[in-house]
Design a binder for this molecule. Structure first.
Ligand code: DGJ
Length: 553
């Protein structure tokens, strides 16, 4: 038995944090391409890249077809080898359970599930059809063949839950002592494409019958936090009745959410009963589009209240963010006080600034670029399209510099215990060029525009991301306050100014500014910056500075 409680989520200063070995932990992570973790030999160089990038955790698929190739015959040799590899490098793992769902399809179900359509029925988006064309987008007049398992398939759900429980049993036996695996994602991008709900005879009959009264009552009682569209439908509908009567125009999506979330919960609960690691559900974003054009019923933010009711075994809903509106999505997924856990995001030039920003501003539990071994490589138009990125924006097409990500990654990995201790307090803050534009001065004078500022009470730190000294416009700055007269700054592509926030001592002067780095958690100072280097405090490369200062009248 380990002397530590198993990894779990706790509240620290009111903020949700992941506890590993009884200490707050930040997943400075990367998710591998879908097929990589099927081969531990292939993974060798991927682990190496992750280490170069300063990551402390990898998100790795473990698939139903791989661990249960024949019914009831389990093989955990691959996940076991992956755990061994992580231990050799003192890294952690979040396993991604690719079971009934992978991107709203069922490609990772074992052959014995795929081939038995009677026992394991397919979803019908066209009545009577096990596979049907789905419109990819309203602007592309092409239909793609689509099939997936039905969310009403009780036997499928039970078989998936049984396999997942067996996997969690393996993790408990092999890893409870060492705690290499710190969380598990249950399924991948659940939901239905091509229609807002299934339309089989069974689905139609259920849709026309009474909404479970406890669900209808729960939704009414939790309308405060809902998006306007769902709240209006919930409060505008009948208190009981069939799905359309109770939920109006949103009935089809809530019907799907109810069944998908109940299904996922059955799988998660079966696993938690064996080994209760934190469990997450990731999400293909709806991007404001029509149900059916994104995996409907999956945990998009507008149906979180439905998921809360149906899937209490899921601890965090996680956005996969490839869209340019990064901060808006993070705000949406944290609006109800939940943790920010980003299992997937793009590898363009905002990847490193967003790492700093999500840790410093959102106190994120996880930040994880998808296919991180692509960092440093240009995108093809095909990749951009497949990843759902907006490739018309040149900034989002520029690849993230490998060296810069690695530099920031290493600094954060070394500082992680200190940063995690500050989660939930305002001692840790960040701003970035992407998320914090300057505020124009009322006079219109661009030289008097107000730069983004972090307010720590006794002192303030402003970041200048645009200007003659910083033409790049993709900078970010994180500040960790140690006391009213001392802080750490981690940043890139910005200049910095400090001012007093003390109304009685409005002047602030520097005492010392050290650049340097951490080695095995210990600070190694480099140059002591002064003169020209502090007259214009410019971070033109990824840097960490230790600063001391004082305020006076
Ligand atoms: C989102 C999925 O969750 C990932 O597994 C992967 O397919 C990416 N899209 C990009 O292809």
């Amino acid at each position: 038995m380990s002397k530590h409680t198993i990894p779990h989520i706790a509240r620290q200063n009111g903020h949700p944090v992941l506890m590993v070995e009884d200490k707050p932990f930040i997943l400075l992570a990367g998710e591998v391409h879908n097929s990589d973790s099927s081969s531990p030999a292939y993974m060798e160089h991927i682990w190496e890249i992750a280490e170069h990038l300063g990551m402390n955790t990898l998100l790795l698929p473990v698939t139903w077809e791989m661990i249960e190739p024949e019914e009831d015959a389990f093989d955990f040799s691959v996940p076991q080898a992956l755990i061994d590899q992580a231990r050799e490098r003192a890294m952690k793992i979040v396993f991604l359970w690719f079971g009934s769902w992978k991107n709203a399809e069922c490609m990772y179900a074992p052959a014995w599930v795929k081939q038995d359509l009677r026992r394991f029925p397919r979803a019908q988006i066209v009545k009577g059809k096990n596979k049907a064309g789905r419109q990819v987008s309203p602007t592309i007049p092409v239909k793609m063949p689509y099939t997936t398992l039905s969310y009403l398939g009780t036997e499928t759900m039970q078989a998936d839950a049984k396999a997942f429980a067996a996997f969690m049993g393996f993790l408990k036996d092999y890893d409870e002592e060492r705690q290499t695996v710190v969380a598990v994602q249950v399924e991948n991008e659940t939901g239905l494409l091509g229609a807002a709900r299934e339309v089989s005879d069974e689905a139609d009959a259920l849709f026309a019958s009474e909404v479970p009264v406890d669900f209808a009552a729960y939704m009414r009682a939790h309308s405060d936090s809902m998006t306007d569209e769902i709240r209006a439908a919930v409060l505008g509908g009948r208190e009981c009745g069939n799905w359309r009567e109770v939920f109006g125009e949103t009935a089809d999506e809530l019907f799907s959410a109810y069944h998908v979330a109940k299904y996922v919960n059955t799988v998660a609960a079966a696993g938690k009963a064996v080994y209760p690691l934190p469990m997450t559900a990731n999400c293909w974003l709806d991007k404001g589009s029509e149900p059916g054009s994104y995996p409907t019923g999956g945990p998009v933010s507008k149906v979180h209240e439905a998921w809360d009711f149906c899937a209490p075994s899921i601890d965090v809903y996680c956005p996969d963010i490839y869209v340019p509106q990064f901060k808006e999505v993070c705000d949406e997924y944290t609006r109800r006080g939940g943790a920010l856990f980003i299992p997937e995001c793009a590898t363009h030039s905002y990847a490193a600034p967003r790492l700093l920003y999500t840790v410093g501003h959102f106190h994120a539990m996880c930040y994880s670029p998808f296919g991180f071994d692509d960092i440093g490589h240009p995108f093809s138009a095909q990749q951009g399209f497949l990843f759902g990125m907006d490739v018309s924006d040149p900034a989002l097409k520029t690849p993230q510099s490998f060296e810069e990500y690695a530099a920031i990654g290493h600094i954060l990995r070394e500082m992680m215990p200190m940063l995690a201790q500050a989660y939930g307090t305002n001692c840790l803050q960040a701003v970035s060029a992407e998320t914090d534009p300057v505020t124009p001065h009322p006079s219109g004078n661009p030289f008097m525009a107000i730069p983004p500022m972090m307010d720590f009470g006794a002192f303030r730190v402003s970041a200048h991301f645009q200007g003659p000294m910083n033409p790049r416009g993709d900078g970010a700055l994180l500040c960790l306050k140690i006391s009213d007269a001392e802080c750490w700054l981690v940043g890139n592509a910005c200049s910095i100014s400090l001012s007093s926030g003390d109304p009685d001592r409005t002047n602030l002067d520097l005492l010392s500014v050290e650049e340097g780095g951490f080695e095995n958690g210990a600070w190694r100072s480099g140059r002591r910056l002064n003169g020209d280097e502090t007259a214009q405090m410019n971070m033109d490369k990824p840097s960490v500075w230790h600063m001391k200062f004082f305020a006076y009248k």
